[in-house]
Design a protein around this ligand. Structure first.
Ligand SMILES: [Zn+2]
Length: 312
């Protein structure tokens, strides 16, 4: 799924009647107090008055999303970008391994070419990937522990994994609570859930409004922050134990690709094309605008959940 974050375009705006269905309420807190914020590339975006979640109001069908992802831009998972991605992956590995006395079993949802799994040496590594070419790359390293297909179609073993990760995936999921429920079922008691998404409450997002680079419907359907991500996790039986803004390393050419938000006619895209492959474009910069948030959350046992329900 990671390749798809750069593929949004106005040309993919929905036209079929089935795509016109709207979320009647907030998928996380259930509130019906939804306020229209903007319309971006033909997609209405609302904010929930109950929990402040920002999301694409239109409910997206799986077929419609599959058609959108069929035209991906490979910039993000380009081989030349690998060392930049590894910077984040190694930081995350450190956070995960600090919570375990020895390597266990890990599942990466939307694992792309398996690069994050590659850095998790010593772990029993599993993943799923919907893009065929990426899944094939991952299978070269990790064999049939990589499932080619949607996470929803993966037959997950119950209570098997120590860690489940969703990196640049969760904001693409049309039914986020169903995804977290499935993750919970796959994890052992006390297992760790890791979710990394864009942070809609960072200063950059507040200043840029609908121009924030991560607002690219229908690739990103939900726009979270620490609060709404924590609420989604808590309502799914997890307790957030860590919430981090981890720095990212980016090539200069990639920075302009992100700023273009997939618009191939934009000035930013033209600069990206001019820089791609050049010495200047290959210069990497360390970025931490608090625009990306990563949470680590522990699976609570059923008894703890009952207790907290009583208190509420
Ligand atoms: Zn809400």
């Amino acid at each position: 799924m990671q390749t798809a974050t750069l593929s949004a375009s106005a040309a993919s705006a929905p036209t079929t009647p089935a795509a016109q269905r709207l979320h009647p309420s907030c998928p996380i807190c259930g509130s019906r107090l939804l306020t229209r914020l903007w319309e971006v590339d033909g997609y209405p975006i609302v904010r929930c008055g109950g929990c402040s979640l920002v999301f694409v109001h239109r409910m997206m069908g799986r077929e419609e999303l599959a058609a959108h992802y069929a035209s991906g831009d490979p910039v993000y998972s380009d081989d030349a970008n690998r060392d930049c991605l590894d910077y984040y992956y190694n930081r995350l590995r450190g956070l995960i391994e600090a919570r375990f006395s020895q390597p266990g079993k890990i599942f990466d949802v939307g694992c792309s070419s398996g690069w994050f799994l590659d850095v998790m040496h010593g772990w029993e590594r599993h993943g799923c990937e919907i893009v065929a070419a990426d899944a094939e790359n991952a299978r070269r390293q990790h064999g049939d522990r990589i499932f080619h297909g949607a996470f929803e179609e993966y037959s997950a073993p119950h209570g098997y994994f120590d860690v489940v990760t969703l990196q640049d995936v969760f904001d693409h999921c049309p039914d986020p609570m169903a995804v977290l429920s499935k993750c919970r079922g796959m994890l052992k008691e006390g297992g760790l859930l890791v979710v990394k998404v864009h942070n809609i409450s960072c200063l950059y997002a507040k200043l840029a409004g609908p121009g924030f680079y991560a607002i690219i419907p229908p690739s990103h359907l939900f726009y979270y922050d620490r609060g709404t991500l924590g609420l989604a996790a808590a309502r799914s039986g997890f307790e957030v134990v860590q919430s981090k803004f981890i720095a990212h390393r980016l090539r200069l050419s990639t920075v302009f690709s992100r700023l273009s938000r997939g618009d191939k006619k934009s000035v930013a895209h033209r600069i990206h094309r001019a820089l791609a492959g050049s010495r200047l474009g290959n210069v990497s910069v360390l970025k931490n605008l608090h625009d990306i948030v990563t949470i680590l959350a522990v699976k609570r046992n059923a008894l703890e959940i009952e207790d907290s329900t009583d208190v509420a």
